[in-house]
Design a protein around this ligand. Structure first.
Ligand code: BLA
Length: 240
C-alpha cells in the first residue's frame, strides 16, 4: 500500500544526495515472523550523507492485516532544520492513518517563522488531510509542528491525495535543506545535538509501535529495534 511512497523517497534521496549506507545493527535490518494472526516482515534501510546524518526508513508488511511505512530524516548537527517525520499505517485496509510533518527541534517563534511557516500553504492545500485528530501517545506541542498532516483516510485517497501531499512536503524539505546555512557557533551546534537526542528519548519513551513489534517479533527484538536502531540515542528506562 505504501511501497510507492518508499520508492519515491528512495529515488529522491539517491538523486539529490551522495548517500552512504549507515550500518544497521545485526539482526535488525530485517525480521520475519509467523507468530500472530498473519505472517509479518519488517525491513529497514539507513543512509547518511554530509547534510543528513541519519536517514532511516522501515516497511512493515503483514499483508492485508497491516502495512506500515515509517521514516525519520535527521539533519546533521550543524543544521537546525526540523526532522522529516513520516508515519503511514494501515490496519486491515480499513484504518488508514497518515502522519507527515517537519518535526521542529524547538518551539520558539523565530524557529517557527523560519522552518514551520513555509509549510502553511501546503497545509492549506491539503486541508482534507488535516483533521484535528487527538494524539494519544504524543504531545502535539512537542516535536510536532502546527502544520502537520494527520488524518484517517479512505484507502482510495492514499495513492492520489496522500501521495501528492507526500511529494509536495518532500520537495519543500529538500528546498529548505538546500537553502540552509550550517551553524558555526559550537554552542548552537550543541543545542541541536541535545535537542536531537531528546527527540530520540521522547520518541522511544512514547513509541506506540513497541507492542506491535513485540507481538510479531518478540519483546527482546522489539527493545533492540527501538533502542539500537529507531531511536539509538535514547536510553531504555531503568526498571527497578
Ligand atoms: C501513531 N504509529 C502510531 C501508531 C503506531 C505507529 C502503531 C498507533 C496507531 C493507532 O492509533 O492504532 C507505528 N511508529 C510506528 C511504527 C514505527 C514507529 C511502525 O515509530 C517504526 C517503524 N510517528 C513516527 C513519526 C511520526 C509519528 C516519525 O514514528 C511523525 C510524523 C507520528 N504516529 C505518529 C502520530 C501518531 C502515530 C502523531 C498518532 C499517535 C497518537 O494518537 O498519539
Amino acid at each position: 500500500m505504501y511501497k510507492p511512497f518508499l520508492e519515491h523517497l528512495r529515488s529522491e534521496l539517491f538523486e539529490r544526495f551522495e548517500l552512504e549506507a549507515r550500518p544497521i545493527p545485526a539482526g535488525l535490518e530485517q525480521c520475519t515472523s509467523d507468530r500472530g494472526r498473519s505472517p509479518a516482515t519488517i525491513e529497514s534501510w539507513c543512509y547518511q550523507c554530509p547534510e543528513l546524518r541519519k536517514i532511516r526508513y522501515t516497511y512493515m508488511d503483514a499483508g492485508d492485516a497491516m502495512q506500515v511505512f515509517n521514516s525519520v530524516v535527521y539533519p546533521s548537527h550543524q543544521y537546525d532544520l526540523p526532522f522529516l517525520g513520516i508515519d503511514f499505517l494501515s490496519f486491515g485496509k480499513v484504518k488508514n492513518l497518515v502522519v507527515l510533518d517537519f518535526q521542529p527541534l524547538f518551539q520558539d517563534e523565530a524557529y517557527q517563522a523560519k522552518y514551520i511557516q513555509p509549510l502553511q500553504s501546503l497545509h492549506e492545500k491539503y486541508d482534507d488531510l488535516v483533521q484535528g485528530l487527538e494524539m494519544k501517545s504524543y504531545d502535539a506541542n512537542q516535536y510536532f509542528s502546527k502544520y502537520l498532516l494527520f488524518a484517517k483516510v479512505e484507502p482510495d485517497v492514499v495513492p492520489t491525495r496522500v501521495f501528492e501531499a507526500f511529494k509536495d512536503y518532500l520537495n519543500l524539505y529538500w528546498e529548505m535543506m538546500a537553502a540552509a546555512t550550517p551553524l558555526t557557533n559550537p554552542e548552537d551546534i550543541q543545542r541541536v545535538i541535545a535537542a536531537q537526542k531528546e527527540y530520540d528519548q521522547y520518541s522511544a519513551d512514547r513509541d506506540p509501535a513497541h507492542g506491535l513489534f513485540s507481538s510479531h517479533f518478540g519483546n527482546e527484538w522489539a527493545n533492540r529495534f527501538l533502542f539500537e536502531f529507531l531511536f539509538e540515542d535514547a536510553k531504555p528506562a531503568v526498571v527497578a
